[in-house]
Design a protein around this ligand. Sequence first.
Ligand SMILES: NC(=O)C1=CN([C@@H]2O[C@H](COP(=O)(O)OP(=O)(O)OC[C@H]3O[C@@H](n4cnc5c(N)ncnc54)[C@H](O)[C@@H]3O)[C@@H](O)[C@H]2O)C=CC1
Ligand SMILES: O=C(O)C(=O)Cc1ccc(O)cc1
Length: 371
Amino acid sequence: MTARPDRAAPPAPPLFDTAVVAGVGLIGGSVALGLRQRLLARRVIGLDASMDVLREAEALGVVDEVRAAPGEWLRGADLVVLAAPMRALAPLAADLAPYLNPAALVTDVGSVKAGIAAEMERLGVRGFVAGHPMAGSERGGVTHARAALLENAVWVLTPTDHTPLTALSRARTLVEELGAAPMVMPPDAHDALVATVSHLPYLASLALTHMVARDERLSLLAAGGFRDLTRVASGDPRMSRDMVVENRAALKDALGRFRRQLERLEADLDEPEELLAAAAEGKRTRDSLPVVRRSLLPQRHDLVVAVPDRPNQIGAVTQALGAAGVNIKDIEVLAIREDGGAIRLGLESPDDVTHAASILNAAGFEVRGRG
Ligand SMILES: NC(=O)C1=CN([C@@H]2O[C@H](COP(=O)(O)OP(=O)(O)OC[C@H]3O[C@@H](n4cnc5c(N)ncnc54)[C@H](O)[C@@H]3O)[C@@H](O)[C@H]2O)C=CC1
Ligand SMILES: O=C(O)C(=O)Cc1ccc(O)cc1
């Protein structure tokens, strides 16, 4: 007797029906790509102040649809992610608030949390959970967005006493499904911590770069250590300025502690044994930092391939690329459904993406690539 396999269970509905990402730049674009690639929303709508950005986001396949202004259409959204620059977040929230569906989960990705959390309470947006993915890059804009940016990143969620527990639980699920690790704490606690680990290092990197700015000999001598220590000075100046100004109270406190550290080290210059102990402690701490986040690993260039539900389709993809000498650095199965699924290939260069896309197209596969 031939056993007929049971029909596969119907695919689970996506977590969200209509997701709106407001501000489709580096982070908003990466969230949108994660939602799409991981099939977390039936459709993803991008809203942005710039038509050029919207056109680019659509052309890159970052969003399904675009809108240039808020309106009644927002009522259909059950997820709204605010991802505009810091200073635009509160005005944007006020523009969207009249149209938000009370049942929608609303979240943001801003780098400082107390202000936006208070503003959303003032606006009466009940389903709001403030968030901050601790992942990023010095290069902004939708062209640099990629879902992998958020994978394995710590993503802080900062509910207040008024945040509904169901909203917090949905926000946690969203973060986990995007491949990140949620960490929950009050907004003020978040702001104090990022003042020390993110905003203070930014100001320190500015101070260091200013010291070499006007002497060419110094910049010629600036070696790997100097470059490593000052990488964040390459971030977008306006975005970085807005971030540190928004968090200035906590940052001033961190600067006070930093100054005391420097003074102690200055005094230790005359006490070599003390300095050795400080150096050993610094090494222990630095060496025990958790392994570098995904977002800091060498950049991969993604190609997403739709895979029909037939035997050996992944084999056919990898064989075709192998025969053409394309090296696959990373591979991820994004979704398996009854009618097929998709895989993400991480390739070494934009050229490899173009090359691989033409090989796979010729072999009959549907692909979507981003160099
Ligand atoms: N860049 C990074 O590494 C990280 C940034 N963040 C936060 O994410 C947010 C976005 O930053 P990025 O993606 O880097 O910036 P970005 O500059 O790449 O993107 C911002 C997007 O928002 C759009 N925009 C500006 N004003 C707007 C408005 N009023 N309404 C709608 N859209 C508007 C811009 O056209 C642009 O497309 C910021 O609040 C930042 O604090 C959080 C974690 C990391
Ligand atoms: O480039 C990096 O490593 C960063 O740390 C970038 C960054 C910028 C802003 C944030 O709110 C969080 C992370």
